[in-house]
Design a protein around this ligand. Structure first.
Ligand code: SF4
Ligand code: SF4
Length: 620
């Protein structure tokens, strides 16, 4: 069996993803546990750790949501052990409640919270800059600038976390998380610690009498770090020519290095790896320059801190940043070179190609062939038509968000995890039209349950369609509480969605296979009627295991997929399969409609909806 990506002895060199490098750094630091909720671009961190869980004795879990993941990490730290917690940037919003208190309490065992930000919102609903969470919660923020550094810095941060009794935020971005680079492995620290609960109620019980004292303590901790981080080896001054200093943070530093090569200039550089708090000595040294140019992705986080520091110090240094570089979207070398050329007064001819921002042709987003979400949308649309209603379509976060696009157009809004129910209820209270909320199974466990309880308690006539495909599909098929197994494939108890819905007090709960369009249509029609008449929520679970994962498992078992074909003699060219159902395996070609058998997943749903009975499995 091939060795796991992050497995190896000291001195081993491997090509790793940024996320794998972070996982390796955590292993080298001797972590005892890791917890995460899957979310691009952070997912590979826990996946890499799961592969070596047994080898290095690390407990790993996919938690129900990011808040729970962080709380598990805090508990491990209270036992004196090291833990890593990982999530995407919007996941930290979910975990922000315990995060705010974590700033006050600090930690015992080292605790690294990885926030994988997504400039350009490649796979997210926004491009929020999570460094502000550090500022807000008094938790120091660190930003590696390359893959090797991601590994090395993660390892060191556990030490720093324990030394200063504080959790730390390691902020990565999509570009770094998904870049590959050669990484030299270090030794794996075997942290032999007896797990002991550090009983200290005055520290851990966040009660009013202690909160002010803790607030003072944490301010002192941040002041200490301001002094100490000046000597931290990942922060570096690089001598150069001229009186303009370039300050860069995180992956922006890699763009700066390349841009300076393009521009053939060699100004002095300050590479900041710790961006909150700003190391005082380095900030002071920066103010010795006449002009300072800050290069960072998204918000002027370092720039604003530097401006505030300059004002306090009475400095007249000229500070630039977001006047030269965009605040929206990702940076790239061309954008950085363009901004630096203006700041340094040198000429710059943008190169041709993508680095200069040339747009690639857009690829229309679509659900996979054989996806149960497609037949669910199709069936729900039929149900609404039969019930003669025009529902407000409330949609949540997952693959099924693709219901937004034609031909379905069944997402009037999509917001944040679980909000199809919450916002849907606000609409349902005053809407004459019914509200139908779509939510995936993983999202249901993550954030849907409180909404459902609210719907029962406060009597909302909302129809909830849980699109249950058995895994967290969008992020790469990670298991969740309904899957029946854990991150290393071990058996875990499965908690079916319908049991939870009934336990929440929902009286109308039906489970229907998502491929059975007619049954599903009828169930949703009944649900719409029930919700209206009883002024109560109705839940329909549309269940079909993820088609992509099913295909992969079939291949592994050596089972063939039987594709479907269209009998051209029977086809009346009504267009239902190609225009209204819109499976990507069905296409128009030279006036006919045909199935691309190499794309067909063999689900057979098109055969069930064809009015001419023209579709069937390929025989022979
Ligand atoms: S649904 Fe059937 S009859 Fe209609 S276009 Fe498709 S194959 Fe032809
Ligand atoms: S059987 Fe029909 S609906 Fe299913 S994947 Fe093949 S073409 Fe698409």
């Amino acid at each position: 069996m091939a060795r796991a990506a992050i497995s190896g002895d000291s001195g081993t060199r491997k090509l790793l993803l940024g996320n794998e490098a972070i996982a390796r750094g955590a292993v080298e630091a001797g972590i005892s546990a890791a917890a995460a909720y899957p979310g691009t671009p952070s997912t590979e961190i826990l996946e890499a750790l799961a592969e070596v869980a047994e080898e290095y004795g690390v407990y790993v879990e996919w938690s129900t949501n990011e808040k729970v993941a962080l709380e598990v990490g805090i508990g491990v730290s209270m036992m004196g052990l090291r833990a890593l917690v990982a999530m995407k940037h919007v996941g930290l919003n979910v975990a922000s409640d315990p995060l705010m208190s974590l700033g006050y309490t600090g930690v015992v065992g080292g605790l690294v919270v990885v926030s994988a930000d997504d400039p350009n919102a490649h796979s997210s609903q926004n491009e929020q800059d999570n460094r502000y969470y550090g500022l807000h919660s008094y938790i120091p923020v660190f930003e590696p600038s390359g893959v090797q550094e991601a590994k090395d810095m993660t390892r060191e941060l556990f030490q720093l976390s324990e030394e200063h009794r504080t959790a730390v935020i390691l902020r990565t971005t999509t570009r770094l998380s998904h870049s590959r680079g050669e990484v030299m492995f270090g030794a794996v620290e075997r942290v032999h610690r007896e797990p002991v609960f550090h009983r200290d109620p005055e520290r851990w019980a966040l009660l009013p009498p202690y909160s002010l004292r803790k607030h003072r303590e944490v301010l002192e901790r941040i002041r200490t770090l301001e002094e100490k981080l000046g000597e931290w080896p990942f922060n570096r001054f690089v001598e150069g020519d001229g009186d303009t200093l370039i300050v860069s943070a995180g992956f922006a530093h890699a763009y700066v290095r390349e841009a300076l090569d393009w521009l053939k200039v060699n100004p002095p550089l300050l590479k900041l790896a710790s961006t909150y708090p700003l190391p005082r000595a380095l900030a002071k040294r920066a103010l010795e320059f006449r002009k300072i140019v800050v290069v960072e992705e998204l918000e002027p986080f370092v720039e604003d801190q530097l401006r505030a520091f300059a004002q306090r110090e009475g400095s007249s240094a000229e500070i630039h940043g977001k006047d030269l570089f965009p605040r929206v979207g990702e940076l790239n070398t061309a954008l950085v070179a363009s901004g630096l050329s203006k700041a340094l007064g040198v000429s710059f001819d943008p190169p041709r190609g993508n680095a200069a921002g040339v747009e690639l042709p857009p690829r229309p987003p679509t659900l996979c062939p054989g996806c149960g979400h497609r037949s669910t949308y199709y069936a729900v649309k039929l149900a609404a038509a039969r019930a003669r209603v025009k529902p407000v379509w409330a949609n949540d976060i997952g693959c099924y968000t693709l219901g937004f696009f034609p031909p379905f157009r069944m997402a009037d809004f999509t917001w944040s995890m679980g909000s199809a129910l919450g916002i849907g209820m606000g609409i349902a209270r005053f809407s004459k039209d019914p509200v139908v909320a779509f939510i995936g199974d993983s999202t249901f466990y993550h954030a849907g349950i409180p909404g459902l309880i609210n719907a029962v308690y406060n009597q909302y006539p909302i129809v909830v369609v849980v699109m249950d495909n058995g895994v967290t599909a969008m992020t790469g098929h990670q298991p969740h509480p309904g899957s029946g197994y854990g991150p290393t494939g071990e058996k875990r108890p499965a908690i079916p969605v319908e049991n939870l819905a009934r336990a929440c007090g929902v009286e109308f709960v039906e489970v229907v296979p998502a491929y059975e369009v007619a049954r599903l249509r009828d169930a949703v029609e009944r649900a719409i009627k029930y919700a209206r008449e009883k002024n109560a929520p109705a839940v329909v679970v549309a269940r079909q295991f993820c088609a992509l994962e099913e295909l992969r498992m079939k291949r592994m078992r050596g089972e063939a997929v039987v594709p479907y074909v269209i009998d051209q003699a029977k086809c009346v060219k009504c267009g239902i399969c190609v225009d209204q159902f819109s499976c990507p395996a069905i296409v128009r070609e030279n006036g006919s409609i045909k199935i691309l058998t190499e794309l067909c997943a063999g689900c057979g749903v098109c055969a069930s909806i064809c009015p001419a009975k023209a579709i069937g499995p390929l025989s022979g």
